[in-house]
Design a protein. Structure first.
Length: 346
């Protein structure tokens, strides 16, 4: 078991998700549609009281919620240097900014593959294992593939739409002068392009529920949460491919939810690093399409479908589920990660 020393907490700030899961007295914690069983995390690492007994120092707060305290962060970094330990930093969420700490090993969800640094580790999102609570089955290969999607495509207010359009215009101008990655435009931009292209697709069927609100948060969801979840699961069950496009961050919760249901992601790649890419052959169970090739999306889908045997289609669905269970479920991923961290970074 990994031994960690928890650095002193900053007053008034909550623990990072890993530490919260390990210490919570509740059996289940998490946000809407992202509840997690705490039991496996209580045995994930051992918190030691003497830093000399630790293999790593753990920053107790998520970087996003403590980055406004540079003095505190500098002190944590200096402490890790003084005890000759690496500093484990959780950076869960949409941001792709870098963590300017000398000793940091950053566990993050969002980044760009071309910008990923050696001290950064891409981690899966905390999602529910949908197959544990919902029936599933292997789909048989039909004449044309169906592509499923449930999510926000339009914005609820004119004001927010105008802000989005202005941000998009600014990003595209920065891309033209090569000051920004072409994949860095807000995910809604790519989502709309893909949805429009698929609605015109003559070689595939669409299975869409398009919304004007973000459904993964109680403050924004505009429909009954139980119905929203039921709709999402049913569309996954009834689709051959599940459309996965980045959100505000360069990652997607629905990617991991899709795998948990044994469904094949239609993955729009915006220079997106995935967890354990050196170990997992993702292209053996998903259809990856570069964001630069969205105009060719129907052609790419059709070529894949026509080359696919019924047996291969079944195998892809089975492998998607297997990879989620054996590698990407949160507790399994972190168990594997923490078992190997000492040999990699100490």
């Amino acid at each position: 078991m990994l031994k960690v020393f928890v650095y002193k907490r900053f007053p008034g700030r909550s623990d990072c998700r890993l530490l919260h899961l390990a210490l919570s007295p509740e059996p289940v914690v998490g946000k809407l549609f992202q509840t997690v069983d705490t039991t496996p995390f209580k045995a994930l690492f051992q918190i030691v009281s003497a830093v000399e007994d630790a293999e790593f120092v753990l920053l107790p707060h998520d970087y996003f919620f403590i980055k406004d305290q540079p003095t505190y962060l500098a002190e944590a970094d200096a402490f890790a240097v003084s005890v000759n330990k690496r500093l484990l930093v959780s950076f869960y969420g949409d941001s792709t900014e870098k963590v300017p700490l000398q000793q940091a090993i950053v566990l993050r969800t969002s980044s760009y593959r071309s910008e990923l640094e050696t001290n950064e580790i891409i981690v899966p999102a905390f999602v529910e294992d949908l197959q544990q609570s919902s029936p599933t089955y292997i789909r048989e290969k039909g004449v044309v593939p169906s592509v499923g999607f449930v999510g926000m495509v339009t914005l609820p207010q004119v004001r927010t739409e105008l802000k989005f359009q202005l941000r998009t215009l600014m990003h595209r101008l920065l891309i033209l002068v090569r000051l920004r990655n072409s994949a860095a435009i807000q995910g809604l931009f790519f989502r709309r392009l893909v949805i429009m292209k698929l609605l015109q697709c003559k070689v595939c069927k669409t299975n869409f529920i398009l919304r004007n609100s973000f459904s993964a948060d109680l403050s924004t969801i505009s429909t009954d949460p139980e119905k929203a979840r039921k709709d999402f699961i049913q569309v996954l069950l009834d689709s051959d491919l599940a459309l996965v496009v980045r959100g505000d961050g360069n990652f997607s919760l629905r990617f991991f939810e899709t795998l948990s249901m044994g469904r094949i992601p239609l993955f729009i790649d915006t220079d997106t690093p995935l967890p354990l890419e050196s170990e997992i052959d993702y292209d053996s169970f998903m259809v990856r399409v570069s964001h630069k090739d969205i105009d060719r999306l129907p052609e790419i889908i059709d070529a894949w479908w026509q080359s696919l045997t019924p047996e291969a289609f079944t195998a892809m669905q089975q492998k998607a589920r297997t990879v989620f269970v054996e590698y990407l479920r949160s507790e399994v991923f972190y168990q594997r990660l923490f078992a190997t961290l000492p040999s990699r970074y100490t």
